[in-house]
Design a binder for this molecule. Sequence first.
Ligand code: SF4
Length: 80
Amino acid sequence: MNPFTDQPIPLIDPRSCNGCGLCMRACPTRALMLRDGKAVVTDPLACEYSGLCEAVCPTGAITRPFEIVIAEEETNATHE
Ligand code: SF4
């Protein structure tokens, strides 16, 4: 979760990351960097959740969590 906006950010499993840097190069907003040879979302505010990082990762180290929100039923609806 993005600590500044409460929006989700991609999850990166450091055990699966091989440090190839493809996600970094694919990110249009440069939200990812390599630290100690592992990909990290270093600029969570820049992340637009495009999914390009997830798509290019050759090891499946990146996943993007989604929250499913079920809308409340309208209370003013007329039922017959
Ligand atoms: S593309 Fe995947 S394996 Fe390569 S640096 Fe990014 S997270 Fe790691």
